[in-house]
Design a protein. Structure first.
Ligand code: SF4
Length: 433
């Protein structure tokens, strides 16, 4: 029987390490990107980006992979207008929303998503949301948040969206666990089953699959973050009295075990029960990960800052798959939410926060890692330099949390290394033939 992996309280790892702080040129997607996974999660919501043709293009090209999905997002294009044209812009927005809601009567929640063109910044979207909310109440709740590239990076769009939703949550004095952060439905179902088998509950997930099932929150709610990029959401839930449990994130077998353990401890689950519930999936997860270890053991990995998943992923790859960490970059380091993760990283890990893309490229090329995790824009140039890369965005789109996905998580990292090996071997095979 494999034991529960203890998260040693004496472990300090990188807890006191000061990251290299960089505030230079960035190379990341903006917060609109979050719509790609949020529109699949909240199934009766619609995301209306108030933006430019660039925003529409981003959504269309990045979301091209979802061409067969029922679209639940769109763009209201606000062309160049001067200040005198703002009243028209508000009228235009009202018209677009009226048309949308009459065509799509299934929409129960409408998010007006701000962007960064100056014409949009001048628009007061919170007032527009209030006005449209009154007009379409009670059938549709209208909320707003910003996905602007000036204010948000890549995954912060989800944080902004969920934080905007917190005031709409009903209140409760009841104790319960709220798992916070969008997870693929399959992952959510697996984690829910494990927690329920342990007797942890009442249990709810935020965001919910339907906007009419908003979970209640109050001073006896315990929050377990499923994603590491939700600082504003956690703060907003804290203002409603909820308390955040500290845990590593559910990536890899160790992370998932420690994450479940945090919930189990808060809800008084016995060690025996915890063991009995988690033993089989834990062993399946370990076995699935072990298949990838030969490809990853002692390989060196470099993370550019993109998604805020970098630190938990680095912890998992280093501790469970034997990889060596060259640099772990994160767009933002939230020490409190990352406390359990930092404690598990090797003490000498080079951490960086923020970005100065040229300087980081220089460090990356000097390190010559076996694998580099980076944004789409850097991947091709780095591949041309002979480096193997992994797109950070794939790690957000792919279900990688929990025991049953631990093998898939490892595969995402072993695949580029295998591909490179195959390409290297290809000429030899041809020659031999
Ligand atoms: Fe570009 Fe800004 Fe629109 Fe994002 S919000 S697509 S960064 S214009």
């Amino acid at each position: 029987m494999s034991p529960v992996i203890p998260i040693r309280p004496e472990a300090t790892g990188c807890s006191d390490v000061k990251p290299l702080v960089e505030r230079g040129q960035r190379e990341v997607f903006c917060g609109l990107t979050g719509i790609m996974w949020l529109h699949r999660k909240i199934q009766d919501a619609f995301f209306l980006v108030v933006g430019s043709r660039t925003c529409a293009h981003l959504l269309q090209s990045a979301a091209g992979v979802m061409i067969f999905a029922e679209p639940r997002f769109g763009t209201a294009i606000i062309d160049e207008r001067d200040l005198a044209g703002l009243a028209d812009a508000q009228e235009e927005l009202d018209r677009v929303v009226d048309e949308l809601l009459s065509k799509r009567p299934g929409i129960r929640m409408l998010f007006l998503v701000g962007s960064c063109p100056s014409e949009v910044i001048k628009l007061d979207l919170s007032r527009a949301a209030e006005r449209l909310g009154q007009r379409h109440a009670p059938q549709v709740r209208v909320l707003n948040y910003s996905g602007s590239g000036i204010e948000t990076t890549f995954t912060q769009g989800e944080d902004a969206c969920l934080a905007a939703l917190v005031p709409a949550l009903p209140s409760t004095p009841e104790a319960g666990l709220l798992v916070v952060g969008a997870l693929a439905d399959v992952v959510e179902d697996q984690l829910a089953q494990l927690l329920q088998q342990m007797g942890v509950g009442p249990l709810a997930f935020f965001p919910p699959r339907r906007s009419t099932d908003l979970p209640a929150v109050g001073p006896n709610t315990r929050i377990l973050l499923a994603q590491p990029y939700l600082a504003d959401t956690a703060r907003a839930l804290g203002q409603r009295g909820a308390q955040c449990l500290t845990a590593p994130f559910p990536l890899g077998v160790e992370g998932t075990t420690a994450w479940l353990q945090a919930a189990a401890e808060a809800f008084g689950v016995s060690t025996e029960r915890f063991e009995a519930v988690t033993r089989a999936p834990r062993e399946r997860g370990l076995k699935a990960m072990a298949a990838h270890r030969p490809w990853l053991q002692d390989k060196r990995i470099f993370f550019f800052p993109d998604s805020q998943l970098e630190i938990p992923l680095a912890r998992c790859l280093q501790r469970e798959l034997g990889m060596q960490l060259c640099e772990v970059g994160t767009p933002y380091l939230h020490r409190q939410h990352m406390a359990a993760e930092l404690a598990l990283l090797p003490a000498n890990t080079r951490l960086s926060e923020g970005q100065d893309v040229d300087r980081q490229l220089t460090r990356c090329l000097n390190d010559a890692p076996d694998l580099t995790v980076c944004g789409l824009g850097l991947a091709n140039p780095l591949e041309a330099q002979g480096l193997s890369t992994k797109w950070a965005i794939e790690l957000v789109f792919t279900p990688i949390q929990g025991y049953e996905q631990a093998g898939d998580l490892a595969a995402l990292f072993s695949r580029p290394l295998r591909r490179r090996e195959m390409l290297r071997a290809a000429p030899l095979i041809q020659r031999a033939a």
